[in-house]
Design a protein around this ligand. Structure first.
Ligand code: NAP
Length: 314
């Protein structure tokens, strides 16, 4: 199976690269001799031990705002599956750069969907809990998290652009898998966990909001769930994630506890950190549909401990 990963330099893209490399470092990752540009993965498609070849695509090779770059790259490398982790993700800036955010997350994604459909390439596309309103009262209405069928009502412009991208793909009626995720964390790129560890070391004390709740979701879990869904030939919209629910404040406390760092963390309300874009008060996505497909959903702490210990020297 030939997998291309767009957005390869972002948090999820880097996580895919590290996952598929296994325990090899950059210099050891083996280029395929039969498939130029691709690497041989140490991970196998577990159902039939089919080899996985993977290809990282950065923005210079694959720009969502330049449809020709998508077409040229797909024609050149002819992947079986395109995992799209690329997106305009600047949540606050999107309020001022609406046109650019739509260009990338809606128009660009539509062009990507069409290009994949025309070439018979399976498309896996990541979306977000921000397609939902994220209201505080929704925590009572959906105690296990928003199901896939809950009415969407994007919380901000970024959410609206991602929702529009979903709609564009669904209108194609092709082999598309849209995977919504929330609160992504990992050892790579930028994320809350890394910010907390760095700030705790540099500032010695922290203030973190306690009125937004959700589930930290580690990219290794997201990748394993994605690979299993590919094996099942799943299509349509699905929520990925982990078990649990927690506020950002309590999550920060747990991160520092796992890291054995003892600095005070003050709980503050969202008003303490005014932001251009509204943030959801409730971000949990239900993983019932995923579990009903036989896919294991782990408590978020499992991957968190591993990632924290890998970041000891951050
Ligand atoms: N992070 C989260 O908590 C979270 C939560 C919910 C959903 N998601 C979704 O999960 C996916 C992965 O997120 P992430 O955390 O990996 O985001 P990220 O770290 O911001 O990575 C996004 C990548 O996309 C690239 N990109 C931006 N504009 C592009 C364009 N026009 N063409 C091609 N590439 C472009 C970025 O490149 P530059 O660095 O050059 O801009 C970056 O490498 C996205 O679909 C995001 O919407 C993330």
């Amino acid at each position: 199976m030939k997998i291309a990963i767009s957005g390869s330099e972002g948090q999820l893209g880097l996580s895919w690269q590290h996952y598929l490399k296994g325990d090899l470092d950059d210099t050891e990752a083996k280029s395929s001799t039969i498939l130029p540009g691709y690497y041989e993965s140490k991970v196998y498609n577990s159902s039939d031990s089919e080899a996985i070849y993977w290809l990282p695509l950065n923005r210079a090779q694959f720009d969502l705002c330049v449809p020709e770059s998508i077409q040229t790259t797909l024609d050149r490398f002819q992947p079986d599956v395109l995992i799209n982790t690329a997106a305009y993700t600047k949540v606050d800036q999107a309020e001022d750069e609406q046109e650019l955010a739509f260009e990338c997350n809606a128009k660009g994604v539509a062009a990507l969907g069409k290009a994949c459909m025309e070439r018979d390439i399976r498309l896996v596309h990541y979306s977000t809990d921000y397609v939902f309103p994220g209201l505080e009262e929704d925590a009572l209405k959906y105690p296990s998290g928003y199901p896939e069928s809950a009415p969407t009502d994007p919380v901000n412009i970024y959410g609206e652009t991602k929702w529009k991208g979903e709609q564009e793909l669904l209108s194609l009626e092709s082999n598309v898998l849209i995977l919504r995720v929330s609160w992504l964390c990992s050892a790579y790129g930028n994320n809350f966990l890394k910010t907390i560890l760095k700030r705790a070391k540099s500032h010695g004390q922290l203030k973190v909001v306690n009125d937004q709740i959700g589930v930290p979701t580690f990219t290794e879990d997201v990748i394993e769930q994605t690979l299993q869904l590919l094996q099942l030939n799943a299509q349509g919209v699905l929520h990925l994630g982990s078990k649990g629910i927690i506020s950002w404040h309590d999550f920060a406390k747990e991160i520092l506890e796992f890291a054995d760092i003892n600095v005070p963390i003050e709980a503050v309300s969202s008003d303490f950190f005014p932001s251009k874009a509204v943030r959801p008060k409730f971000s949990k996505l239900s993983t019932s549909k995923l579990e009903n497909l036989g896919i294991k959903v782990w408590p978020w702490q499992r991957a968190c401990k591993r990632v924290v210990s890998s970041l000891k020297d951050i």
